[in-house]
Design a protein around this ligand. Sequence first.
Ligand code: SF4
Length: 349
Amino acid sequence: MSDVVSPDALGSAASHVVAPPVPAGAPLVEVRGLRKDYPIGGGFLGRARATVHAVAGVDLTVRTGETLGIVGESGSGKSTLGRCILRLTEPTAGSVSFGGRDVLALSGRDLRAMRREMQIVFQDPYASLNPRMRIGAIVAEGIEIHGLARGAAKRARVHELLEKVGLRPEHYDRYPHEFSGGQRQRVGIARALAVGPRFIVADEPVSALDVSIQAQVLNLLRRLQDEMHLAYLFISHDLRVVAHVSHRVAVMYLGKIVEQAPVAELYRNPRHPYTRALLSAVPVPDPRRRPDRIRLGGDVPSPVNPPTGCAFHPRCPYAEDRCRRDVPPLIEGAEEHAVACHVFPAPPR
Ligand code: SF4
C-alpha cells in the first residue's frame, strides 16, 4: 500500500519557499541525464546478479503553466521518471532542478519544503486513499504536516478545496468507499493541491476510470492549471489522453526519450518509427482518415539487457547496420521537435 503515503507524509512540519518565483512559460523543472538503475537478484554474497535500467539518461524541461505529456508502453520507465523527479525514488545519477534549486542536493527542512511545491496524483484512486481515513482528514494531511492552517481555518480550506475539484463540503466526513472512482480521483487532486504546489506529476491519473469519467477529470486538471498556473508532468500509456491535456509530448521507450515535440507538431509530423506505430494504433472517429496501422514485431526488450545501438532496432522495420551499433542521440530540429533516430532525424531548422 505504498501509494497511500503522500509526499507530505514523508516529512514533518516545515514550510518555507525554497525556490524563487518563475515567470509563466519559463523553465520550472529541469532534468538532465537522469538515470535509475535497480540491482536485482541475490547473487554470491548478496551481490546483484543484474541491473534493471529503468530510466536510462533522460533530459527534459517543464515550464511554468504547461503540461509535458510522457507517453510510452508499460515498462518504458515513465512512472519511475516521475517518482525520481519528486525524489519519491532516489535517482542513480543525473540532476533535477526546480526553479533553479538543485532538488537532489536538498535534505531535511529544505527537502520537506520542496515537497510542498512538487506533488503527485496517483494512478489508482482506489488504492491511493487510506480507506480508514475520512475525506476531510485525507485532504487536510498536507495542511497539517506543513503547518499551513489549524482548526476552523483548516476545515474551511478543505471545504474550499473540495469545491474547487467539484465535490461538496458535506463530503468532508465521508470515507473513500462511499465515492465513485472519478470522485476519489478528485479527492486525490484536492490532496495534491492542498499544500499549494507549482508542479504536479500526474501518473496515469485517468487510466483506472471509465472513459465517460476520464474527460471530466482531464477537464478538471486543465481548469485547475489555468486558474493556478500549475505545471504538470502528465504520464500515460494512452496517446489520445496525452493529446487532450498536453502542450508538448515526450515519447519514452526503454527508459529513454526517443521523440519530443509540441503536441500539434508531433501528431502532424511524427518522425520516430515507434511514435508512428503508437499513433497508428490510436482509434480515429473518421475511418477515411485512419493511418495505416503499423504493427511492431516482437516484444518490448528487457531493460535488464537492452539491445545495443538503438534499443528499438529489434522491432523497427527500418533498422540498418548503424542502428544495431550506435546509440542515436536525441537531437532537436525545427519547431522544438527532437528525435533520436539515425534514419528519420528531426526536421531541419
Ligand atoms: Fe529504427 Fe534505426 Fe531509427 Fe532506431 S535508429 S528507430 S532502428 S531507423
